[in-house]
Design a protein around this ligand. Structure first.
Ligand code: F6R
Length: 247
């Protein structure tokens, strides 16, 4: 695994965009797996900047988001569909019909999840998957204890994740308690993976992912099983690392 330590969030976004471009180079229809949350915003800003400057074209790009809250309609201002439109899709020349976010209002959730996996398969899989990491080590909404072979499904959010995400809602009681998420097994099928982390509150999760045993109790540790993973972490999030890293 490649571990790149950067000074701050802005540098994290720049390096992530460089690594992403290498990963999708040569693909006529690049397929991106995308995450929401605060962490990938500097990357999305870089993508938007490059597009505006005429240095990147997303007209043939296809995207699949990792997750969505169950119960939130796409129009809800805290839905992940709304987040993606606001922070990326509305700022680049992507065809929205080629952007996929799980449907938080799906009537038949298991059927929807199977269909989401089928769509990714039919398209030939994800070329580059972007991940953030929860302070408890989750990727997507695969909370500690998730099977390392898990597929897209509905999950229960932990109290810690609900607490962490309550900053985006009026209060903790307004945070949905369930989500649809790609599984860890799904994520591991991407050709390449970029995990981003910033902030001292991620240091423990980053250390466990990179230097700890592979265990479902630290879901991102499953990335050790993948052959093309790049962690791009700010100095505060890398504080616990003891092995060699790239700067
Ligand atoms: C969201 C997702 C989550 C977040 C994680 C970190 O799509 O996949 O795993 O990446 O909760 O969130 P932030 O970036 O807000 O700290």
């Amino acid at each position: 695994m490649r571990v790149i330590v950067v000074k701050d969030k802005a540098a994290m976004g720049k390096r992530a965009w460089e690594v992403m471009q290498e990963a999708i180079m040569g693909h006529a229809n690049p397929v991106l797996g995308l995450a929401t949350g605060s962490t990938p915003i500097p990357l999305y800003d870089e993508m938007a900047r490059a597009n505006k400057a005429g240095k990147a074209d997303f007209s043939t790009t296809i995207t699949f988001n990792l997750d969505e809250y169950v119960g939130l309609a796409p129009e809800h201002d805290q839905s992940y569909r709304c987040f993606m439109n606001k922070n990326l899709f509305d700022k680049i020349n992507i065809n929205k019909a080629n952007t996929h976010v799980p449907d938080g209002k799906a009537k038949d959730v298991p059927a929807f999840c199977a269909e989401y996996e089928r769509m990714m398969d039919d398209i030939g899989g994800v070329h580059c998957q972007v991940l953030g990491i929860g302070s408890n080590g989750h990727i997507g909404f695969n909370e500690p204890g998730s099977s390392l072979a898990s597929r897209t499904r509905m999950v229960q959010l932990t109290d810690r994740t609900i607490q962490d995400n309550s900053r985006f809602f009026a209060g903790k009681k307004d945070v949905p308690t369930k989500a649809i998420t790609m599984g860890i097994g799904t994520v591991l099928e991407a050709d390449s993976i970029i995990l981003l982390a910033n902030g001292a509150n991620k240091a423990d999760a980053v250390k466990k992912s990179l230097e700890g045993p592979i265990t479902c109790m630290a879901p991102a540790s499953a990335l050790q099983l993948h052959g093309d993973v790049t962690f791009i972490v700010t100095e505060d999030a890398a504080a616990g690392l003891t092995r060699m890293v790239e700067r």
